[in-house]
Write a protein that binds this ligand. Structure first.
Ligand SMILES: Cc1ncc(COP(=O)(O)O)c(C=O)c1O
Length: 407
């Protein structure tokens, strides 16, 4: 038996709840709950709060821990409430010219579409690129073909970069079909063409190692693979790219903002050169206390160990489906897995069964205590570092014995 790199006992998980949907919402470790409670107890007695330890210390520690996870520098981290707000900060701050273009894969999660579509009034267009033959999204999403090996989504994106493309924005791991994109290859191609690569990282962070080389920005919320409550995440920006963005303009975006011996109303100040220039104001310290615990846990374990474990569980589940009605689908996913094309989500395509079939299947799962999710024609099973081989076998048993499945 393979020991999970994250001890399941650190979470509040039980036999009745096999949670394979951190792609929707990750479970928080008990340490996060203890940290929030301890922080709230201080809020009851504010004289116990410390300026250095809490107001300044917590965000500082969080930026440092986030940087370790990303393999970057703390000064390039901005604490932001959500993935969306990180992307909005980039979209609103970028020095656009009318006629500029943002390129994206077809079918991005809307958190990575609306911030760019909101620029229409400034003359900026948003263009989507299908990533494989038969790829569809939007109203036709359920009619889409799923991705298969061989496929080369990066080549399609690179080929689509045009003379007015300023930003290529994409999800590291796609929310519906689970496809993982090669950020380094895309980053290199973008740099060669003077285009900025902006990444929505929420579906990969916490389960995959990351290399920031070639990226201009990476945004994530904290509540999926990062195993924290909803409402706090972070944005990483490459230093030179950040200098090109308009700052957020919060009172904490400027030098000596908390140097109270200097009048706060003295507005003769420079913007901060680091990531705090893009923060929307004081961060949510309650959530920071929880996210900090989760990041410490993840950094203490390391992404390679978690990624290897998740891959092993995925391979085990897919092998177990060999004799089931999911055989063809399991083989498609096995080939994607072997080609290094997947993140933590195994996305089983409905194969023509439609929403009702997947809905029935989900409900059978709930009755068995298996909690998965469905998005846009795919049944999503997401493993993390705390799952066990027995968990993978239990998912296989559910899929194997349920009716209404795709073949
Ligand atoms: C790819 C992707 N990006 C972003 C989000 C969520 O965005 P936010 O953090 O703004 O809530 C999700 C949620 O499902 C997602 O799958």
């Amino acid at each position: 038996m393979n020991t999970p790199p994250l001890n399941p006992a650190l979470f509040h998980l039980d036999e009745a709840h096999l949670w394979v949907m951190h792609c929707a919402e990750g479970p928080v470790p008990r340490a996060g709950m203890r940290a929030v409670r301890a922080f709230m107890l201080k809020e009851l007695r504010p004289w116990e709060m410390s300026w250095e330890g809490d107001f300044q210390g917590l965000p500082t520690a969080l930026r440092a821990e986030a940087a370790t996870l990303l393999g970057g520098r703390a000064e390039d981290i901005s604490l932001t409430p959500t993935t969306s707000s990180g992307l909005v900060t980039v979209a609103q701050g970028f020095p656009w010219e009318p006629g500029d273009e943002v390129l994206a894969p077809l079918g991005e999660f809307p958190a990575n579409a609306w911030p760019w579509l909101a620029l229409r009034a400034r003359g900026v267009t948003f263009r989507e690129v299908p990533l494989w033959e038969g790829h569809r999204a939007g109203a036709g999403a359920w009619l889409s073909e799923p991705p298969r090996v061989p496929c080369d989504p990066e080549a399609r994106l690179i080929e689509a970069l045009g003379p007015r493309t300023r930003i290529l924005t994409l999800s590291w791991v796609r929310f519906q079909d689970g496809l993982r994109l090669d950020l380094q290859r895309l980053g290199r191609a973008c740099r060669e063409r003077g285009v900025h690569l902006v990444v929505d990282g929420i579906q990969g962070i916490g389960t995959l190692p990351l290399d920031l080389e070639g990226l201009s920005a990476f945004a994530t919320g904290g509540y999926k693979g990062l195993l924290a409550p909803e409402g706090l995440g972070f944005l990483w920006t490459e230093a030179a790219f950040r200098q090109s963005l308009a700052p957020s303009g919060s009172w904490l975006s400027v030098e000596e903002a908390t140097e109270f011996s200097r009048p706060s109303t003295d507005l003769d100040r420079d913007w901060l050169p680091d990531g705090r220039a893009l923060e929307p104001g004081g961060p949510n310290l309650l959530l920071a206390s929880a996210l900090l615990e989760s990041l410490r846990l993840l950094n203490g374990t390391g992404m390679p160990a978690i990624a290897d474990h998740v891959t092993r569980l995925q391979a085990r589940l897919l092998a177990a489906l060999e004799g089931s009605t999911w055989r063809q689908e399991a083989r498609r996913l096995e080939r994607l897995l072997e080609a290094g094309r997947l993140g933590p989500i195994l996305a089983f395509h409905h194969g023509g069964g439609g929403p009702d079939a997947l809905d029935r299947l989900l409900k059978v799962g709930y009755r068995q205590g298996v909690f998965a999710s469905v998005r846009e024609g795919y049944l999503r099973v997401a493993f993390h570092g705390f799952h066990t081989e027995a968990d993978a076998d239990r998912v296989a048993k559910w899929l194997d014995t349920s009716t209404g499945t795709a073949s």
